[in-house]
Every structure is written in C-alpha cells, then in structure tokens.
Write a new protein. Sequence first.
Length: 668
Amino acid sequence: MATRAAPPRAVARRGPSRATVEWWVLATVLVALVLAVAHASRQPSRQLVSRMDAALYDLGLSLWAKPPRDEVLIVAIDDDSLAQVGRWPWRRAVTAQLLEQLQAGAPRAIGVDLLLTEPAVGDERLGAAVAGPATVVLPVARHADPQENGLPLLPVPAIGAGRVLAHAEFRVDVDGLVRGLYLHEGGFLAMSRRLAFPDLPQPATADLVAGALRSEAWPRGDYVRIGATDAPPRQVSAASVMRGEVAAETLRDRIVLVGATARGLGDVHATTLYPGHATVPGVELHAAAVGAMLDGRLIRDVPHALRLALSALVLLAALAVLYVTESRTGLACIVATMAVTAAASVAAIGAGWWIAPGALLAVLALAFPLWSWRRLHAASVGLIAQAARLEADTTPGTGLQPKRPLEPIAHRLQRLENAAERITVLNRTLADALAALQAVQREREQTLRFLSHDLRSPHLSILELLERHPDAPLGTGDAREIGRQSRRALELTDGFMHLARAESQPLRAGPHDLADLAIEAADACWQRAHGAGLRIDSPEPPGETPSAPCRCDASLVRRALVNLLDNAMRVAPPGSAITLGLERHGDGWTLSVTDAGPGIDPADRERIFEPWWRGATADPSSGAGLGLAFVATVAERHGGRARALAGPDGGARIELWIPDEPESAEPR
C-alpha cells in the first residue's frame, strides 16, 4: 500500500541572517569610507568635506568670539599719518622717532610689522631705538625662490643684529581665508607668541640666522587656530604718537604693534577672526593672535587618531540603531546624530579643540539612504519571489491578464500589483466558498434536525401505538391516529423532496397559462377545503383576454400555489373564503393567496420563507416549515420574488411574482 510522504519540515537556519551579513558589509564599507575621507581632509582642500568643515568652524568661531584685549594696542600707519608725515616708505629717521616715542611710554613689548630688509640712511638710529628698554620684536618673512626653497628675509644687521626676531607669517587656507598660524616657521617663533610671552627663552639670534640661512627648506610646525574677537583692537595713529599727543598711560605696560593700515600699504588678508570684517591688515591679525594667546583661546586640531576613532564609533552606533529601528525612527536617529555631532564640534571650539566632523557628517548622510536601499531591495526581492509563486500557482481561467512593462521598476511594481489582484481574487473566491460552505453546513444541520426530529416523530408515534397492542387488534382510535401520523410523515417527506428538487433540478420552462395553473391548484385542494368548510375563489384573467400567458416551469408553479393554498387552509376559520388572485404587474404576473386567518406578525414576514422556520405559536404537528421555503425557491429560480402582506380585510396575503420570461438561477 502506498504511503503518503510526510510534509517537509522547516529547517532551522544556522548562522547570521542575510540582513545581518549585509549590515556588517555596509558598516565595514562606511567605516572605511569615513576613515579615508577624514584622512584625506586632514589637509584643507577645495573638496566638499573641507568646505563643510570650514563653514561649520567659522560658524562656531563667531559664536565663541570675545572682546579684544585691552592691553593690546595698534599704532597704525594710517592715511592720516601719511598725510602728515609724508608718503611711504618713510625715512629711517622717522621710523626711529616713532620707536623712540613708544619706548618713552614704557610698554611691555613692541612688535614691528615692517620689513626692514634693505639698508638705508638712519639704520644706526633705528637700531638704537630697537635696543631701548622695552623688548622689540622684529619680523622675519619668507622669501621663496623659483625652486620654491624658503629663504628668510632678515632685518639689516644694523637694526636686527642681536635683537629678538620672529616670523610674521600666517597660513592662508585654500579658500583664501586666514584662520591660524604656525607657532614655529623657518626656525623662528611666531611674532604674536613672542609679544604675548616676552619672557620666553630666546635662542641666540646669530644661531637662528645661521641655521635659517643654511636650511634650504622652510619648516613649519605646531599649527594653531586663532580665537575670534567681536571687534577690532584699539588703535592710535602713528602721527599722533610722534606729535606727543598720546599720553604715556596709554602706552605703559601694553603690548604695542606697529604696522601699516593705510589703503594700499602692507599686507591685507581675508579672515573670519573679526566678524563682519572681510579683509584686515596683517597688524590686526597679529593683534588678534596676541589677544587669543593671552586669553588662552588658541584652538588646536584634535589628534588625528582620536578623530578617526571617534568618527568610526559614532558611525557604528548610528548604524546599529538603523539596524534595529523602523525607517522613520532611523531617519530621526541619523538627523539627531548629525545635529549632535555638529553641535559638539561647535562646543569643542570653546574648549580650544576642533574636531572637523565633515567626513563623519557626509558618511552619515549616506548611511540612511544606503541602508534603506538595502532594506527596500530585500523587501522587493521577497515580494517578487512571493509574486512569482503566486503566478506559478495561479488557477487557469481566472481571467487576469497581467501587464508586462519594459522599465524594470515599473515591471516589478506591476508584478506586485498583479500579485495583489490575484490575492484579492483568491480572497474573494475563498470568501464565497466559505459562505457557500457555511450555507451547506446550515442546510446539513437543518436536514439532520428534520430527519432526527420532524420525520422521526410520526414514525415513533406509530410504533408506540403498535406496541400497545402487540397481539390484539387495533382499536378504531388507534387506527385513525396511525393513519394521521402516516399522512403527516408522508407530507413531511413530500415537502422535503419537493424543496430539494426545486433547488437542484434544472428549470423546465415552457409557455403556459397561469390562469389554468391556478385553477388546477384550486381543484387539487378543493376536496380538503370542502371537508374543512372553506371556499376557494378561483381567479379570472385580468384584461380583455381570457388567459395569462407566461413561460415557466408548470409543475413548480402549480406546486407553489398548492403550498400557498394548503398553508391558508391551515389557518382559515371554517366558513371563510380563500381567494386565489391573478394580476398583471409590470413585465410579469402576480399570483396571490389571501385568507381570513390571524395574519402574520410584521416582524416575521421576511422569515416565513426561510427553510425550517415556524412561528412561535405554530402547532408542532403542522409541518416542518418547508412549504413557503419552496414558494420562495420557485420564485428565485424564475427570477421573481415572494412576499407576505396583510390581507385587505385582515388575515394574510402571500404574493408570488413571476416574470414573463424566466431568468433562471443555477441550481445550488
């Protein structure tokens, strides 16, 4: 004997899921990307990430701007000074006079932002002024030869020999803006550093100069960014100093910077160190650097290794949240992470550190769409696989003609739509099948109830009567009761068989006269009505013609009328009349039976046509409730209807409307 194969069991999946593997792959790629971009953006460039870093840094710098230091004073060679003293360059004697006036004011230190690299008359006097009591810092600039070798531009020996020298360079970023400087360049300390901390140890000037001249390179080191000030530092005109108009208290114990601010003189730089000032003279940059050093507002870059580690950790944390959350929550997490990262970078500026989050922000912006794309792709693949299964399992003849667009995305969406249509059709079919199954189940239960109760009851009564007199002849009353119960069983069986045939057999429609069928039904019930003292009034065809032509199944219609007359005879009082009517209504005929009985409760007028239904006051021996169900079935099979109404003079009126041409329903 063949054995049925056992259904396949689900095999437990071992190892990580596909989503987990894809997450690790994506995490690895994005971490590598953020490390590469962060490393590449270590040096400023015109790339998007560097521009993002610069914009964020400038925003944070403006938020942390402080007032200028009061002890920093600029002696400006401005337009007024040129108008009073003479055009630039001034004679060395004029510059010496300016320094002598400054030395007389006892400043803490003097920084000269003027290149004194060419010998001129009066160098000895200027050198003597430089050697005064206050420390004077002279600038060293870089001279680049055609081979890009760095050579120092030194003050002439008569002025700078043995004096404090410092470089006066600033780093210009690729966007043309000055944001910081190197504390050491070409072997020299920055001028602002020397001025802010004049007590720092100073190597022998001769050694510095000799080393700078021997080196073919221009080494730079210890880059720092300068904290911003919200206003330019205090300035006085060089001409007013030389005229003695500046009080000694204005100069005493201050750091004085001498430089050109007149239009067309000196070096001019674009910077963000002064909010609202696009370009400023170099001497103002030195003043800003001195003030930032005195306030401790120098900003250093976070160590490169720490920056890379922080970027990788933040990115992995954001990706982990993306893995375990829905898309909307994941998007909110990415946006929040980017906002917190930017805010933390701005806040770090106030603590003297710059994190440069551009690389992390750029990769975070890529993380959500990439992970969402993988999720959507996985969901699409799964749905397409299910759609393919539905296409393979589609029952032939469903009538669905799936479309096939050429564009790939439209093709996938169309396949999903086709699958949804199939599911809809299958759900509808399943719902219809379930409803039909429930109806069959109800009919089965009703049939079993009929067989187990209604049909068994008369047979049990007959057996009981026979068992009373097993050996004696039956009495007249017992024989009469046996006959009554037998007729009841026969009526129940006939009613059940008639209803079953009306529901299942094909409709045999033909041309008939409904008036003749009504008379035949009345004749079939005449004897019983006469015995009960009732009268049946037969109908007359309406109109001038003596007939009511209609295509119908004569046997079903005749039986329906007999059932209506039989029900009327059960409730009509003796001596009353039962009216069998025939009227023309629309494109069909209405057959009606009216009695003078107690009538039908309005609440029960819809239910009386249900199989097996009997009223609460019905006699248990009056039937199984199949007669009117048969009438309703005949009306439905012909495309008509049956309804219960109140009689014109009391009682009940049951109508059966049949169209001229039957619209036969399929048998159930």
